[in-house]
Design a protein around this ligand. Structure first.
Ligand code: AMP
Ligand code: ZN
Ligand code: FE
Ligand code: FE
Length: 298
């Protein structure tokens, strides 16, 4: 029994619908899934329904864009309530900023003499949380680049001419937002973000887990982060970071997390939710803390 807890759907920059993701997961004999779209939870309701139809366990999730000490860190939120109003209002800000960013990227491309139409990119993205992969796909479709990689290399990678920085929240605020929405916060793909030096700080900030297993983590890196997770008493997660056919070949099935890790995550989320419910009743409040609006534009 295996899980995949890092999946992107067409509600962000994945190419598959939630139903298609579930269909693919079945082909790979996965029996627990997490949907972690970039800065949106809009796919969670459909994914939950598709999973329950097929007897697959489901963790509603999100991959939130955060920043700590100049480094972009992605925080995965699991077992969040996708109807939580604080979460939804913060995610709406991310989405508005992402849409504005696409407009700026297209404007930069136009300034470079690339006559890509904004409308065409927005239609192709067809979601509230667009990203660079949509712009890359549009560049390929319109014949300006021969593939996704070329689009990133020439235009979209950090400090390339059409790159526009992304709106982020400070990582501790992202963790707090996940907690307020009843979820657990996990540091995504720490091996890709030179995050090791930040882990003790993140532990103090309340991080609950580390994504030890990821297609871009070598077996050595997976073992390294598993040891760090154990050292700090953190949960261990993993997933394929599948974006459907965005990058050619889909990665679903390349990371198979033992079901036990999913179970521990689910149990821990339940314990946390019942503890905060208890605390809320004792305080005669709903347990919500104010979220500082410290989102920054870098
Ligand atoms: P964004 O959220 O707009 O910054 O886009 C980030 C997404 O773009 C990642 O989740 C990857 O799917 C993709 N990506 C980032 N860097 C590259 C790259 N060098 N080549 C291809 N895809 C990339
Ligand atoms: Zn992505
Ligand atoms: Fe990520
Ligand atoms: Fe991801």
């Amino acid at each position: 029994m295996f899980a995949d807890l890092h999946l992107h759907s067409c509600f962000s920059d994945g190419t598959w619908t939630p139903e298609q993701l579930v269909e693919q997961a079945q082909l790979h004999n996965l029996n627990a899934l997490g949907l972690t779209d970039h800065d949106t939870v809009e796919g969670c309701a459909r994914m939950s329904e598709a999973c329950s139809k097929h007897g697959i366990a489901f963790a509603p999730g999100v991959e939130m864009t955060t920043e700590l000490d100049g480094e972009e860190l992605h925080i995965l939120g699991y077992f969040i309530d996708p109807t939580n109003s604080d979460l939804l209002s913060q995610l709406a800000k991310f989405q508005a900023a992402r849409q504005q960013r696409v407009r700026e990227m297209v404007a930069r491309l136009n300034d470079l003499g690339i006559s890509l139409h904004l409308q065409m990119v927005l239609e192709l993205a067809n979601c509230h949380s667009p990203g660079r992969p949509h712009v890359a796909r549009a560049l390929v479709q319109q014949g300006f680049c021969s593939n996704h990689e070329e689009a990133f290399e020439r235009f979209l990678k950090k400090h390339r001419p059409a790159w526009v920085p992304k709106w982020k929240v400070q990582t501790p605020n992202g963790i707090q937002l996940v907690h307020q929405a009843g979820g657990l916060a996990v540091l995504a793909h720490p091996g890709l973000n030179r995050a090791d030096r930040m882990i003790p700080f993140l532990v103090d900030a309340g991080i609950d887990g580390l994504e030890c297993f990821h297609p871009k983590h070598s077996p050595g890196m997976a073992a390294h982060y598993t040891a760090i997770a154990k050292q700090h008493g953190l949960l261990i997660t993993g997933g394929s970071d599948c974006h459907g056919l965005n990058k050619g070949k889909a990665t679903i099935g390349t990371v198979r997390l033992p079901h036990d890790c999913f179970q521990k995550l689910a149990d821990s989320a339940r314990n946390r939710q019942s503890a905060s419910g208890q605390q809320g009743r004792e305080n005669n409040s709903d347990g919500d803390l104010p979220i500082a609006d410290t989102a920054i534009l870098k």
